[in-house]
Design a protein around this ligand. Structure first.
Ligand code: ADP
Ligand code: MG
Length: 261
């Protein structure tokens, strides 16, 4: 048994911690089943590799700062007919990320913009792509602080390095001149270098107001939209649907319309 102890220690020294953990049990099983040397080695190596992939994914997921975990499988497409399910499935192939193109979800609150952005983010993470989720106002405030404190470059890197940045709730609050300029810098620096997934309840026509400057808004939109997919979601809030079902608020006019049968 001393030899086993020694091998376990060597495995740990080599960073093969999963192998070290399972060695005992697998040896017992192999002795009973008369496994070949090659199969035995494959078993250990495969488990080590799987454990490592899992750890990397978990670390990458932590770094992504997703505010909640929602997948495409959890999205009810029948509730939101204005969304083309095929188009979302196509986006889930992540080709747009390879092409460094952007993806923009527009629509009123509760229609699933953030859910879909996160679901695609999770898809990307599982394919080994780095993702960073941030509320757009928080990002802009952070960049403004960094600019004033003379460390803009350091903070800008946080938002330009990941292959995908999810900017949630763009346009919720109007921006001042510095904020608008820094957002423009952010978009310019990612342009053709990495994807932005953006959600907003403002239509593009309102962006001039958000940025307080129609020329800057045009410059931002120009870069953002050059290689992009825009998904306009129209329809009812899913949150309200759940409340309605629970009888907290009354049914929407749409639901009250008698259905032909
Ligand atoms: P938005 O970002 O458009 O305001 P969210 O994506 O945050 O809306 O959605 C609000 C809540 O409703 C979330 O919990 C989300 O998972 C859920 N939701 C929205 N649309 C759907 C849908 N079609 N199927 C399942 N859940 C949905
Ligand atoms: Mg949202």
């Amino acid at each position: 048994m001393l030899e086993l102890e020694r091998i376990r220690e060597r495995l740990n020294y080599l960073g093969l911690t999963r192998m070290a953990e399972i060695l005992d049990a697998r040896l017992d099983e192999a002795a009973k089943k008369e496994v070949t040397y090659l199969d035995f080695l494959a078993l250990l190596v495969d488990e080590e590799a799987a454990a490592r992939q899992e750890r990397t994914l978990a670390a990458r997921t932590r770094l992504a700062h997703l505010p909640f975990r929602k997948t495409l499988a959890e999205f009810d497409f029948s509730f939101q007919p204005s969304i083309d399910e095929r188009q979302i499935k196509e986006l889930a192939t992540l080709r747009f990320i390879q092409e460094k193109a952007n993806l923009i979800f527009l629509g009123p609150p509760g229609v699933g913009k953030t859910h879909l952005a996160i679901a695609l983010g999770i898809e990307a993470l599982s394919q080994g792509v780095s993702v960073y989720f941030i509320n757009t106002t928080d990002m802009i405030n952070d960049l403004c602080r960094a600019y004033k404190g003379n460390y803009l470059e350091r903070r800008m890197r946080i938002y330009t390095q990941p292959r995908v940045v999810i900017c949630d709730e763009m346009g919720y609050l109007p921006l001042d001149q510095l904020g608008a300029t820094l957002f423009f810098q952010f978009v310019s620096r990612r342009y053709e270098k990495g994807s932005i997934i953006l959600t907003s309840n403002k239509s593009f026509g309102d962006w001039g107001g958000v940025f307080g400057d129609p020329i800057l808004a045009t410059a931002i939109l120009d870069r953002l939209l050059h290689h992009s997919t825009v998904i306009n979601i129209r329809g009812d809030s899913y949150r309200l649907k759940e409340k309605r079902r629970a009888g907290i608020i009354s049914a929407s006019p749409r639901e009250q319309t008698p259905k032909p049968n």
